[in-house]
Design a protein around this ligand. Structure first.
Ligand SMILES: C[S@@+](CC[C@H](N)C(=O)[O-])C[C@H]1O[C@@H](n2cnc3c(N)ncnc32)[C@H](O)[C@@H]1O
Length: 197
């Protein structure tokens, strides 16, 4: 399994706001493009991928949407991803903090955010933070079952990163140029494909 965590620091947990966040200061297009590139190849859909989308802008608590094998995505376009985010938020109204609800094959939503999700995953899996200043991906032996963390246009808070590093978080660089999160997903998929085939 290959897992991506994409944190939308200004991503709204209100479904009716999602579309208007494309091309706005919330830059939700970053999330849509990353999800598309995580799953799709020409004429195919990767079934060994999971993507967690964390929506941080909330009146109560963040939401984490998990997309995985079997998810029904209409195509390689932004609308297909937005439809899924909207569906998850709309169909989980009343979700309690820390509760997880399975909504459809490959689609679930949880009432927690980054710290809890990563805190849990790092107990059992290797977790890598994508960072231009990290260790070169081409000189690193990526362990099996990896989890990759990406931020959107806003960097992760420094104290989040510090405490995770104490728990084994590694950093991974794709070169010195600061790329879009979706471009990182393409490159990571490619590097791992090359290691596997
Ligand atoms: C557009 S960048 C975020 C820019 C943001 N202003 C910042 O300072 O972090 C989105 C994310 O992609 C990842 N990223 C971008 N370029 C990278 C690179 N060359 N190597 C590794 N990760 C990279 C990082 O996780 C970054 O947070």
């Amino acid at each position: 399994m290959r897992t991506y965590i994409i944190r939308a620091r200004k991503g709204s947990t209100r479904w009716e706001k999602i579309r208007s966040q494309i091309g706005s200061s919330a830059h939700l297009e970053v999330i849509a493009h990353s999800v598309m590139n995580a799953f799709f190849v020409s004429n195919g859909f990767r079934d060994d991928i999971e993507v967690y989308i964390i929506l941080d802008s909330s009146e109560d608590f963040p939401r984490t949407i998990k997309l995985s094998s079997g998810v029904s995505m209409a195509g390689f376009h932004e609308t297909a991803v937005l439809d899924l985010i909207e569906k998850a938020l709309k169909e989980s109204q009343g979700l309690q903090k820390d509760e997880t609800k399975k909504l459809a094959l490959g689609l679930e939503i949880s009432g927690f955010g980054f710290e809890r999700l990563v805190g849990k995953l790092i107990e059992t899996r290797p977790v890598y933070l994508l960072d231009p200043k990290g260790d070169d991906i081409r000189k690193t032996q990526i362990e099996s079952d990896p989890v990759f963390i990406l931020s959107d246009h806003l960097a992760l808070p420094k104290n989040n990163v510090k405490s995770l590093k104490r728990r084994g978080l590694k950093t991974l660089s794709l070169g010195k140029k600061m790329l879009f999160a979706s471009q990182c997903v393409v490159l990571v998929n490619d590097e791992i494909d090359r290691m596997e085939f």
